[in-house]
Design a protein around this ligand. Structure first.
Ligand SMILES: O=C(O)C(=O)C[C@H](O)[C@H](O)COP(=O)(O)O
Length: 215
């Protein structure tokens, strides 16, 4: 049952870096520069959210032009978005929640899905669908590291990529937990650096994040 998720290829991506940058890009060109800068700092996997109109072109461009990067898609809310993100070349797909229709879309695809959950019932539903590797979203707002610590004995099989409200200030609290494989966050790609074209700052922030240790 657990194989429903394609856990191994997803884990291979999520365990190679402690932080997955979560980005909303203005253009495919910006995404290519950003993916290069992040990979240079040691964060090859990048979640490009479908929150901007440029996202699918950005995923396509990063997949084609930045071989050292691993382009993933985020903010997938329905099967049509899943299909479009997979077709664009996403190597992994992230959803803020866990719905039957998105799980079905993933089961028809080779691209692994990281679905989201933030309550005991959502975790149980994910387990019923064969999913044990989940996004915890929005992490800080939904109970933070204390939530993940409390549910660990109840859901020993589930491991998380917490995302939402994580920064250099609290990332250590999450990465210290045995049920956390990595975290997602936007702090490594600050908006002001992107609009200024300051990709050196992105590489520096990525290098600092890549040096963090997950358990
Ligand atoms: O669109 C999604 O699917 C998201 O994951 C929403 C946010 O982009 C992340 O939660 C990152 O949040 P911050 O690191 O707090 O900026």
């Amino acid at each position: 049952m657990a194989e429903a998720q394609k856990t191994e290829p997803l884990l291979a991506i999520l365990t190679r870096q402690p932080v997955i940058p979560v980005v909303a890009v203005a253009s495919a060109k910006e995404a290519v520069s950003l993916a290069r800068a992040l990979a240079a700092g040691g964060l090859p996997a990048i979640e490009i959210t479908l929150r901007t109109p440029a996202a699918l072109d950005a995923i396509r461009a990063v997949a084609a032009e930045v071989p050292e990067a691993i382009a993933g898609a985020g903010t997938i809310l329905n099967p049509a978005q899943f299909a479009a993100a997979a077709e664009a070349g996403s190597r992994f797909i992230v959803s803020p929640g866990t719905t039957t229709s998105v799980i079905e879309a993933a089961s028809d695809s080779d691209v692994p899905l990281l679905p989201g959950a933030a309550s005991a019932s959502e975790l149980m539903r994910a387990l019923e669908s064969g999913y044990e590797l989940l996004k915890f979203f929005p992490a800080e707002q939904a109970g933070g590291a204390a939530f993940l610590k409390s549910i660990a004995p109840v859901f020993p099989a589930i491991r998380f990529c917490p995302t939402g409200g994580i920064s250099t200030k609290n990332v250590g609290d999450y990465l210290a937990l045995p049920n956390v494989v990595c975290v997602g966050g936007s702090w490594v790609a600050p908006k002001d650096a992107l609009s200024a074209g300051d990709f050196e700052t992105v590489t520096r922030l990525a290098r600092e994040a890549a040096a963090l240790k997950a358990r």
